[in-house]
Design a protein around this ligand. Structure first.
Ligand code: HAM
Length: 482
């Protein structure tokens, strides 16, 4: 019997015709944009191991959270130590931050990751046992600007990707003191309807009553309609902080809804929490989420500094993009497919293939001595932009026919000019675009002044250098004459 992949996990293959979102060319372009966006906002990459000591997640994420209490892949290693596959990225990043004393390094206060996560969940559309997250964590800054930077980065990523109709919900769950008072009020409110609550919510009543707020059970939702709002229990510091967050989001034109029942499923949060949902995703509609978790560093033995971050699921992003028919890049294709006929041509072609690749032109060649029409079929299947056939005649004349596959047009070109022709052909548009961007006239005197100053400085440096060279030459001359 064939062995297939376990339930809830999947392969990412070059081109998946049935499930397009599992095609690696889509993952590549999305991850590239994630890296670019993270760099634009000053975040550097961190990669933590796939497994950690189980205790990290128990202490970091919270023993009562669903992720830790029900969903972890936990095992004993050969030294009888309990280990768990990483269910989320925040606790490991904070563990690494403390372990490597990254607080000493200015470039390591803002970190991002693109990593697989493992949760033993009930599988369904959009929910997997191995999923991938792009996450970011900003460490050491407790200001509302930091909250908004994190949300802005996530929002900018979604905009750059072309995602539409997203809902950003934000809330503040205040400090631990605010939550103690609120927890009491919520329990009091729910007590009279306790028997009508779902089993899950009954179980959470004592251990983690705030989690009842994001129950999806219809009976629970009805009861919760008139529940007290956490926003009425915020102390003045948390309230002011949340107000500034809202004001700054408005200034950046980032649309949002304040959603007082948003609490999120991990125990480490305080103050600002947020979630982005997409209607197209159905029941599992959360594309990304995050929030402040100011106490986590101290709890894991590090300095007591504030922290905030987000995580966004790559599977769900790609699925939403495809459902929304957002134009995406096409799969990569070779610029040139070389077909060599005969041994001598094969040897010469192989050398040309090497030179093309050395010059950054993606090229392929048929090594298996296929007949011409079979080789052309392969070129078509690979979606090559151009085909060149080299035989004895071409080697003797030094000229080949360059066939453009989309139009079928052929042009005679010198074999030794092939690289340059293809370089111009494939990159010319980029250069034209770049120069037309750069070469437009300045919009205002400030820009002109900046560049005139720069040119003046270069002229001064050049004349200074010329003077020095002149003096050196005069000395040399006089020495030689002596
Ligand atoms: P999370 O909400 O548990 O947060 O996960 C973040 C995102 O990962 C979700 O919005 C969703 O897109 C995706 N995701 C989660 N579970 C699955 C699954 N089983 N299948 C597919 N996608 C999934 C965290 O993990 C926090 N560490 C985020 C954070 C970072 N908070 C502060 N910093």
């Amino acid at each position: 019997m064939n062995i297939t992949s376990p339930p809830g996990v999947f392969d990412i293959i070059p081109l998946d015709a049935k499930e397009q979102w599992r095609s690696s060319y889509l993952w590549n372009q999305i991850e590239e944009l994630m890296r670019k966006t993270a760099h634009d906002y000053g975040y550097r990459e961190i990669r933590t191991p796939v497994f950690e000591r189980t205790e990290l997640f128990q202490r970091g994420v919270g023993a009562t959270s669903d992720i830790v209490s029900k969903e972890m892949y936990t095992f004993l290693d050969k030294g009888d130590r309990s280990m768990s596959l990483r269910p989320e990225g925040t606790a490991p990043v904070i563990r690494a931050y403390i372990e490597h004393q990254l607080s000493q390094d200015a470039s390591s206060q803002k970190l991002f990751y693109i990593l697989p996560m493992f949760r033993y969940e009930r599988t369904q559309a959009g929910r997997y046992r191995q999923h991938h997250q792009f996450g970011a964590e900003a460490i050491g800054n407790g200001s509302p600007e930091q909250d908004v930077e994190i949300i802005d980065m996530l929002y900018t990523l979604y905009q750059r990707l072309g995602l539409q109709n997203l809902n950003l919900c934000i809330n503040s769950i205040g400090s631990s003191e605010c939550r103690i008072a609120y927890r009491k009020a919520l329990q009091e409110y729910l007590r009279s309807s306790f028997e009508q609550l779902s089993t899950d919510s009954k179980n959470r009543f004592e251990t983690n009553p705030l989690r009842i707020l994001d129950s999806k059970d219809p009976a629970d939702r009805k009861i919760l309609k008139n529940a007290p709002s956490i926003l009425d229990y915020l102390n003045s510091e948390s309230r002011d902080h949340f107000e500034i967050v809202q004001r700054l989001l408005k200034e950046l034109n980032i649309p949002f809804d304040v959603t007082p029942h948003l609490v999120r499923g991990l125990d480490y949060y305080n103050k600002t929490v947020f979630e982005v949902t997409a209607g197209e995703l159905g029941a599992q509609n959360s594309v990304g989420g995050g929030g402040r978790y100011d106490g986590l560093l101290k709890q894991l033995g590090g300095p007591d500094v504030p922290t905030i971050g987000f995580g966004t699921g790559i599977e769900r992003i790609i699925q939403t993009l495809l459902k929304q028919n957002v134009p995406l890049q096409q799969p990569p294709r070779p610029v040139l497919f070389l077909i060599a006929l005969g041994d001598q041509a094969k040897e010469a072609g192989f050398k040309i293939l090497h030179d093309l690749r050395q010059n950054g032109i993606s090229s392929q060649m048929d090594f298996s001595n296929k007949k011409l029409n079979k080789a052309m079929q392969t070129a078509n299947q690979l979606n090559a932009q151009y085909v060149v056939i080299i035989g004895e005649n071409e080697l003797a004349s030094g000229e080949v026919e360059l066939k453009e596959m989309s139009s079928g047009e052929t042009t005679k070109v010198p074999l030794d000019g092939l690289i340059r022709i293809l370089q111009i052909e494939t990159r010319g548009d980029q250069f034209i675009q770049m120069w037309s961007d750069m070469a437009r006239p300045f919009d205002n005197p400030g820009e002109t002044k900046f560049f005139i100053n720069k040119i003046n400085r270069s002229i001064e440096q050049t004349s200074d250098m010329a003077n020095k060279l002149h003096t050196a030459a005069t000395i040399m001359k006089s020495l030689l004459n002596e």
